[in-house]
Design a protein around this ligand. Structure first.
Ligand code: IMP
Length: 429
């Protein structure tokens, strides 16, 4: 199968919150279709258009460009109620959506009991993951356990109601085991969600063929990842991960296109590192620095408002991300947040507890909690960068910092973001 078009995946290379929303928004200008391939309402993609801020949880960030078709692929777990809340909020803010949004008929439904379960499991767990509480883990468990419901099932009420009744019985039992109980509101919430079924069916589509046909016809497509490589179910810091494959290969399975149709993979890295939720962060700052950079970068979760832990740029993780995702380029975001620092540190390798040194991201998450990062110091630029539009106009030390990130990561820097506005992005090369 030969594509005349172009297909780009945008993927997070750290623990999410790298600024993918902004990069997708900027790249979306030149494409016909933007599609999400995994995750659900746990994502919070922040995009600034003029003076307006939009936080998108399920609808792809490309939606803010008039006329672009935005799809949610089969790999997504779709929270129907929240989806339509987001949809209607966009309409209220004057975004034209007619014929623009399509949801894969193969996408899994995330129903109110998934959220209840998520919270109950998390509060009963000895090892907490720090989930967003959006029901993601239980919804993917149902998918893998072949108990889930898909968008297409909304067209078969008899089958749907039978499955929902079985699910409610199972969930009630599980909640009791966890020392919780189904709230009185659950039945009402379920009715409300299922009442939206027809509306959802009316915008459902077969996303795989739609994207494939568009590519064969010479159109361009952007596949938008959520969360980041270190939160990938297989390649992240398991078990402190989300319940889907966030990495680039999943863009094919999560939309229903063949992997050979993908030609570009853009990895998004923040110029430093952040993490929200539990699990190790090897390059974590000292408490004072943590607070300082959190304030400079506004590092609070877009979905939950939780403070993000902050640390130095970790090239061990960046190299892992470059390999797992097959990156063809990197977008470095939030460089401007580092403008006032006099010295910057970059992790080049980890010293393990047995004294050995590794440049590879360890599979053993517990060892990651005790590694001692080996840092390289680089001079800061101590000058504002937010107004810069060309690479050559960045301070020399900022360019040296980007060069080092590129060298250590093994993938070329293609974009640098120096602020929240659409105009604050510097194309490289
Ligand atoms: P879940 O995806 O809600 O199950 O959460 C699992 C882990 O992924 C937790 O550590 C969350 O904080 C983290 N996580 C999930 N979605 C995001 C995101 O969009 N940005 C950053 N972290 C996330």
């Amino acid at each position: 199968m030969r594509s005349q078009g172009s297909c780009t995946v945008v993927v997070g290379c750290q623990w999410g919150d790298e600024g993918k929303g902004k990069i997708v928004d900027v790249l979306a200008e030149d494409v016909h279709i933007v599609a999400r391939y995994q995750g659900g309402a746990n994502a919070g993609h922040t995009v600034h258009v003029g003076e307006h801020e939009f936080i998108l949880h399920q609808i792809p960030s490309g939606v803010l460009h008039q006329g672009k078709r935005c799809l949610l692929g089969n790999g997504v777990v779709l929270d129907i109620r929240q989806f339509f809340e987001e949809y209607d909020a966009l309409l209220d803010r004057g975004i034209e959506l007619d014929g623009r949004i399509g949801v894969s008929r193969r996408a899994q439904l995330l129903l109110p009991y998934h959220r209840l379960l998520d919270k109950a499991v998390e509060s009963a767990a000895a090892t907490k993951i720090g989930t967003t509480g959006r029901g993601i883990g239980p919804a993917y468990e149902d998918k893998a356990g072949r108990r889930g419901l898909r968008v297409a099932d909304l067209g078969n009420p008899e089958w749907l109601l039978k499955r929902v009744a079985a699910a409610q019985e199972r969930v009630t039992h599980r909640l009791e085991q966890l020392g919780a109980s189904a709230t009185d509101e659950l039945a009402a919430a379920m009715r409300e969600a299922l009442d939206l079924g027809e509306r959802l069916l009316s915008i459902s589509t077969d996303a795989g063929p739609e994207i494939t046909d568009a590519l064969i016809a010479g159109k361009s497509v952007l596949l938008e990842g959520a969360q980041g490589t270190a939160l990938d179910l297989d390649h992240g810091t398991y078990p402190f991960v989300t319940s889907s494959n966030t990495t680039a290969a999943s863009a094919a399975t999560g939309t229903g296109i063949g992997p050979t149709l993908i030609d570009t993979v853009v990895g998004v890295v923040k110029a430093y590192t952040t993490r929200v939720g539990e699990g190790p962060l090897p390059s974590a700052f000292s408490p004072e620095m943590d607070e300082h950079v959190r304030a400079l970068g506004g590092e609070f979760g877009a979905t939950t408002g939780r403070p993000r832990r902050c640390g130095w740029f970790d090239s061990v993780l960046a190299r892992h991300a470059a390999r797992v995702n097959g990156l063809t380029g990197i977008a470095v975001t939030k460089l401007d947040v580092l403008d006032t620092l006099s010295t910057l540190e970059v992790v080049t390798a980890y010293r393990m507890s047995d004294g050995s040194i590794t440049e590879n991201f360890p599979a053993d998450t517990w060892s990651l909690s005790s590694v001692k990062p080996i840092y390289e110091s680089l001079p800061g630029w101590e000058a504002p960068t937010g107004h810069v539009h060309r690479l050559q106009d960045l301070p020399a030390n900022a360019r040296a910092y980007l060069d080092r990130i590129q060298e250590l990561s093994g993938a070329p820097v293609r974009w640098v973001s120096v602020g929240t506005k659409r105009s604050q992005i510097i194309p490289v090369g």
